[in-house]
Design a protein around this ligand. Structure first.
Ligand code: WT7
Length: 652
């Protein structure tokens, strides 16, 4: 018998539910719930059905070969990802449709039709060939959110050179580690990129990095940061560095797409866990494109006339799958924005939605909570009436943030898709289907059709609260860790036999809905109760004064661990002692005394990774009065140092 509650105790219940809005189903992509049972009965046939909607030079002979932990999808199939994202749209009316509408942070704009984008990609593919890049060679990309980022990725895909995109916010050292691990031959960067009104000196960082990268033969530099271009021009290394525009000026626009095998490498993307050297997640061609294509179309209910905006950076997997490959394979119009959400003020995102008539908007809980904090006057200044669907990804979304998103941004009209997935899964795995699924605030609901997910305990028994587990291979799954297959087995496949371990805790409710409770390394153990950080945090965020909370365990002689909470208040709220008492009471009322925080501290900001995830491990160091662990993955190390000083003063 499975010991329920062994892995996690279920504390919070949420009773609000929202069926698909009236009229949403008219003309929608997926409306028939029977898709779930059909896909479950024959997942391979289901995925093959999607693969058939792509263009293949040669069809596969076998859908799946599964020798755990290694999967191959669409064996024998030949295709090219750039061909599927571009060339195949040039034959009909999509030829002159906007593929990419771009706006820079200073307000400059550029628009590329599918025809334009195809030309730019083909030219840059020839540029790369001219620099000696051949099929199989790795290319590193370290760019701001400018069209050349998408162009570079697609040009690599066109010639069969796997790319490794490194987020522009990473330091020279992080860039160098990634370049060296992948042994990239060429680095594509820019002189700079705009962020919060200043220019990030990417070329200077790249120069610093490349000093320790013997593998780099050429550096291509896009002229972007007007103020920096001259300075950078003086530092161009003869023979190694080249301006993008110079190379493009002489390039031919005819470049036949390389015929790639379904299992050829498409890209490597490094993901930094909380510790250890970053892992080079390997994604291949046919299965990856099939699943990003299928999920973009179904989950976002993508239709021909949509204007689709995903606010992620191309440096993360969300940018790969849901800015570039998924939407373009579907022939969508994609909005891309270079800068910060609060530049020049907190109205920027909503002005962009109004200006471009955005219909589908996909962002992260951390952004939603930041908008909640500054207040609804910002979105209320813009006309958001074109929006028809909202999405979220990256962290569990607290029910109150979900409700705010629904009411203030979606005006109670737009379904919300809370999509659970990972860099390693490549594409969305657990999500509502907007015209089919009744949603509940805070639940990612159910596995996408064709995905087999369940909850297991340490012994591999089914439970209703435990570890999330993926029991069957899926097309866009990680194939290995680049250069370290042993680590791949160890990290994801050693917990159970032939079952993928994502590292998240989750619970299942009486309707079979899944609720992701956060990373299992963050789980608390209070007097023998296993408590997910998510539930206590959501109880805190449920209080009207709180917009964001992070909860950690603190060593306790009797209880094992006691709870320390760090909370960020709504703008204008006072962090008083009375409020601390009230918040403790609020948690007790919502969840029970077991989850009552011993300590609550006000935090102007919480420490987050560069992709916006709260780093609870460091807050635990603060709460336990220990020296801070590794802070190199933080967006701003000063945030946690400040909290540490404040903690010592207040709780010391
Ligand atoms: C981890 C993966 C997937 C693209 C962006 C992040 C957390 C992600 C959700 C969600 C609850 C979520 C998980 C997961 N996560 N989406 N909808 N609800 N948690 O990619 O950096 O590889 O992070 O993000 O903990 O394991 P990533």
């Amino acid at each position: 018998m499975s010991d329920e509650g062994h892995v996690l105790d279920v504390l919070l219940t949420e009773n609000r539910r929202f069926p698909p809005p009236e009229g949403f189903c008219d003309g929608c992509v997926v409306y028939d719930p029977a898709v779930y049972s059909a896909a479950e009965a024959d997942p391979e046939a289901y995925w093959a059905g999607w693969a058939e909607k792509l263009d293949w030079f040669e069809k596969w002979h076998t859908v799946l070969e599964w020798t755990p932990p290694h999967a191959k999808w669409f064996l024998g199939g030949k295709l090219n990802v750039a061909y599927n994202c571009l060339d195949r749209h040039l034959v009909g009316p999509r030829r002159n449709k906007a593929a990419l509408i771009w706006e820079g942070e200073p307000g400059d704009t550029r628009t590329f039709t599918y025809w334009d984008l195809h030309r730019e990609v083909s030219k840059f593919a020839n540029v790369l060939k001219g620099l000696g890049v051949k099929k199989g060679d790795r290319v590193a990309i370290y760019l701001p959110m400018i069209p050349e980022a998408a162009i570079s990725m697609l040009a690599c895909a066109r010639i069969g050179a796997p790319h490794s995109v490194v987020f522009g916010g990473f330091s020279p050292e992080s860039l160098a580690d990634r370049i060296n691990d992948a042994e990239a031959k060429v680095l594509i960067t820019a002189d700079g990129g705009y962020r919060k009104g200043s220019i990030v000196p990417l070329k200077a960082n790249a120069d610093e990095a490349v000093k320790t990268c013997d593998c780099i033969e050429h550096v291509v530099v896009v002229a972007r940061g007007a103020g920096l271009t001259q300075e950078v021009a003086a530092d161009m290394a003869e023979g190694r560095d080249h301006w993008y525009h110079d190379l493009m000026a002489g390039a031919s626009a005819k470049c036949d797409p390389e015929v790639m095998d379904s299992e050829d490498l498409l890209y490597i993307l490094y993901t930094s866990g909380t510790t250890g050297k970053p892992k080079g997640v390997v994604h291949t061609t046919g299965g990856y494109l099939t699943q990003v294509y299928a999920t973009t179309k179904s989950v976002f209910d993508l239709r021909e006339e949509d204007v689709y905006w995903c606010t992620a950076d191309v440096g993360w997997v969300t940018g790969h799958s849901y800015i570039v490959y998924g939407p373009l394979a579907n022939g969508a119009t994609v909005l891309m924005y270079e800068g910060a959400p609060n530049y020049p003020d907190w109205g920027r995102f909503w002005q962009l939605c109004e200006k471009y008539g955005v219909t589908i908007f996909y962002t992260a809980p951390t952004a939603i909570r930041a908008f909640m904090r500054v207040g609804e006057e910002w979105p209320n200044k813009s006309d958001l009436s074109k929006l028809r669907l909202l999405g979220t990804v990256g962290e569990p979304i607290n029910p109150e943030a979900w409700m705010w998103y629904r009411e203030v941004i979606g005006k109670e009209r737009c379904p919300i898709v809370d999509t659970w997935w990972q860099t390693e899964t490549g594409a969305i795995m657990i999500t509502p289907l907007p015209a089919v699924t009744e949603t509940k605030p805070g639940s990612a609901t159910k596995p996408f059709p064709g995905i087999a997910a369940t909850l297991l305990d340490d012994d591999g028994n089914e439970t209703s609260a435990g570890y999330l587990a993926i029991t069957k291979p899926w097309p866009s799954m990680i194939r290995t860790i680049y250069g370290d297959d042993e680590r791949y087995r160890e990290t994801y496949w050693s917990k159970w036999d032939g079952i993928y371990f994502p590292g998240d805790g989750a619970k299942r409710d009486e309707d079979g809905y899944l609720w992701i409770l956060g990373r299992v390394d963050d789980v608390l153990n209070v007097a023998g109760h296993r408590i997910g950080t998510m539930e206590v945090e959501s109880a805190l965020v449920d209080h009207p004064a709180v917009v964001e909370a992070a909860v950690v365990g603190k060593k306790h002689d009797i209880k094992g661990e006691s709870i320390a909470a760090f909370v960020t208040l709504k703008q204008g709220m006072d962090g008083t002692d009375d409020l601390v008492a009230e918040l403790k009471e609020h948690v007790t009322k919502k969840i029970g005394a077991i989850a009552r925080p011993d300590v609550i501290m006000y935090a102007a900001e919480l420490p987050k990774t560069r992709s916006g995830k709260i780093m609870r491990r460091l807050l635990k160091d603060v709460a336990e009065g220990k020296a801070l662990g590794d802070t190199t993955t933080l967006a701003d190390p000063a945030v946690v140092q400040k909290l540490q000083a404040q903690y010592e003063e207040e709780e010391g």
